[in-house]
Design a protein around this ligand. Sequence first.
Ligand SMILES: [Zn+2]
Ligand SMILES: [Zn+2]
Length: 366
Amino acid sequence: MPSFEIVILGAVGGPYEQATQCFMLRPYGLEGTMESICIDGGAGINQIAWLLMQYKKQAINESVRENFFRESGEILLQDFIDTNIPHQYGFPNSLLSQLDLSLPVHVNAVLIYEGIKEFYITHPHLDHIGAMVLNSPLLFEPNPNSADPKQEKTLYSLPFTSKAIREHIFNDEIWPDLMLEGSEPLMIQDLKEEKAHKSKTFPNWKITAFPVHHGNRVTRPSAKIYSSAFVIQNEFNKDAIAIFGDVEQDELISKIWQHIVDNVPAGSLKAILIECSSPDNINPTNLYGHLSPKLLIHEIKCLSELYKSGLSGLDVIITHVKFSKFNLREDPRVTILNQIKKYAAMETALNGVNFSMTLEGISYIR
Ligand SMILES: [Zn+2]
Ligand SMILES: [Zn+2]
């Protein structure tokens, strides 16, 4: 029985400005409420509306999607998604069944947006918070169609992220100070490193944040940039997923693997969503605090060595590919996924691990 529904609202790592990282999560099959939480806020109501519009136009073909990298403008989904990983196109049925789809797309998009009660932000880079910020004024408008008059959202993050968002975004300069003390609808709260936090929206879920490294500052190359990863676990059945923000390879990832092995029984780790921003042929000095296929496979292998029973059945879902100006004729997501699969095939420890590439508009059921 699955535990999680993961809707990919956005998964790109820029420089394209639309549909950057945002994953909407709900317990599997949850009916009677549209509540959800999001990891990162790089995509928002525009992507929700786009997804509903695809459904309305019935434009979601079972195998083909739009693609800017091919002359035909289309790609085959099988190039991106491992068919062993349960998935569907568009929002999960548990959410769609609660909407009156004869209404305009905008009405339903607002309802789904209002259902997002918590954002867990990995780090304050714009591709992880942009849409969340732009959408925030909606919280201050009463909605005559909403059954839920209390429109509130809370951002949760490690202190370095909360501080940056508070000081440099909602500061009345870059964006209005919608978090002014006492203005309820938009709140921000610090998480503690490596300490489980109980989600208010889904109290069976405990969410643990880990700091990771994400390159060095431009102005002070000796200073590290920080990002986060979250481990989300259902306390009852112990099923868990791990979701990474931008991350570079070093010992901080090993700490997360150790936590997972200590707390998640073999077979209960359902999926890892982790970035792989650039292909292998990139000069390592141009990784800027991200992973490449070789580094990613090294990390998954380290996790597999910690789990004595191996990782068969685990889904590793790749996110945050950068659309570079090179190799313009080939989709970099396909290049990267193929490189990852090639390395994985050479490692017996990774037998049975499924590798897929995130694509906006896909829901994974895990
Ligand atoms: Zn990013
Ligand atoms: Zn970043």
